[in-house]
Design a protein around this ligand. Sequence first.
Ligand SMILES: [Zn+2]
Length: 441
Amino acid sequence: MLSFADNTPADAALDLTATIARDLIRFDTTNYGEGRSNGETDAAEYVEANLRSLGLAPQLFDSEPGRTSVVVRVPGRDSSRGALVVHGHLDVVPADPEAWSVDPFAGVIKDGLLWGRGAVDMKNMDAMMLASLQNILGSGQEPARELIVAFFADEEAGGVLGSHYLVDTRPELFHGATEAISEVGGYSITLGGRRAYLLQTGEKALIWIKLVARGEAAHGSRLIRSNAVTRLAEAVAKVGRREWPIRLTETTTQLLAELARVLDVDPQRVGPDELALATGTASGFIQASLRTTTNPTVLHAGYKHNVIPDRAEALIDIRTLPGDEDSVLAEVAALVGPDIEIVIMHRDIGLETEFGGPLVDAVVETLGRHDPGAPVLPYLLSAGTDNKALSTLGIKGYGFAPLKLPADLDFPAMFHGVDERVPLDALVFGRQVLTDLLSNY
Ligand SMILES: [Zn+2]
C-alpha cells in the first residue's frame, strides 16, 4: 500500500509539495543512460495513487518493463480553449553518495531546504503539479482549460522510452493540446540586486556522439605508433577545447537586450559574455545558450596495464543552437580527422518559440500577482526537455516550473549537481503560482 506522505510529527509543518517531492526523491529512479536504469514504476504507481485520490483516472504506460510513464486528463471549465500539457519526468541522473553531504535518496530536510537527487530536476515540479491539482480539485474547482498531465520516464536519456515513446505510439493521448509547460524555467535569478524570472522559450538541439579510435593491439612494452588510446585522447582534446563562436538567436538577442535594460548598461559597449556574467549564478545557464558546446563526458578504453587495446571510445555531449546540428557535426568530423569514427547515439531537435502570446502573457501576469514588479525574461535552455518530443505533435513547449529563490543559491549548479536542494518556501511559492496559472489560463 502506498502512502502519499510519511506522516511523522514534523510533517505537520511541511507543505504538501515538500512531502510529495520528498516521497518521490526516496524512489531511486536513477537513469544511467545507454539503456540502464532503475526504472520509474514505483514512482509512477505513487503518482497514480495520488491522482486517483483526486478522483482522476490516470493511465500507466510501460515502454519496456519498469519504464513507466503516467498520463491523465483533467477536464477544464472552457472546452473552447486548447488543452495544456503539464509535464514532468520521474527519472533522475545518478548521484555519487561519496560526493554528497547527505544521502541523495533519503529526502533529507535540513536548513529550510529539501535535499536529494531530483529536488530540482525535477521531482520538485512533479510535486508542484500534484499539489496544485490538489488545490484546484480538492476545493471543488476545475482548471480553466483541459489539462493533460504527464509524468514521463527516461527524460534523462533523451526520452526515447518516455515522451518519444508515447508521442510515437500513443499520439491520441495529447490530442487537442496546443501548448505545454514543464521544467527549467520560471525560476528567479538576481540581476543587480533585483529579482527577475527566466521563462524558457527555447531549447538547444542535442547530438550525443561516440568517438571510436582504432589501433594495433599489442604488448604494452612495444613501440606502437597506432595506439588507439593516444588517437582518442588527441581527438577528445580537440573537441573539448574547441571554442565555438557566439551566435545570437531571436531568443538570446531579446534576452541580452532585456538584461542590458534591467542592469542599465549599454549593450553596444558590453559584449554578450560580459552581460551573461553580470547575471551572477544564472550565467551558468545563459553563457552556454550563446554558442554550441561540445563536452567530452565518458571515456572507455583498455583492460590491463600492460596491454595496448585496439579500440578506445569517448562519449561527447554536443548541444548546438537550433538549426546548427549538421554544420557542427561536419566541423567535429573535420576536427577529429578521418581516423576517428563518429557514431551518432542519439540526436534531437532544437526549439524556439516566440516570447509572446496568451500563455506568455498569462505567465507574466501570474508571476506579477505573486512577486509584483519582478521582470520576466525569455531564455534559451542550453539543455533539452520532453518539450522536444511534444513539439513533433505541434505542441508549443515552455519551461515554467516557478520558484522564487534566494540570491545566494547557485541554482544552475543544482541541475545534475552534488547536494541538489531546493528551499521549502520556493516549493510553496511554486505551488501557489502554478495553482493560479492553471486555474485561470
Ligand atoms: Zn530534468
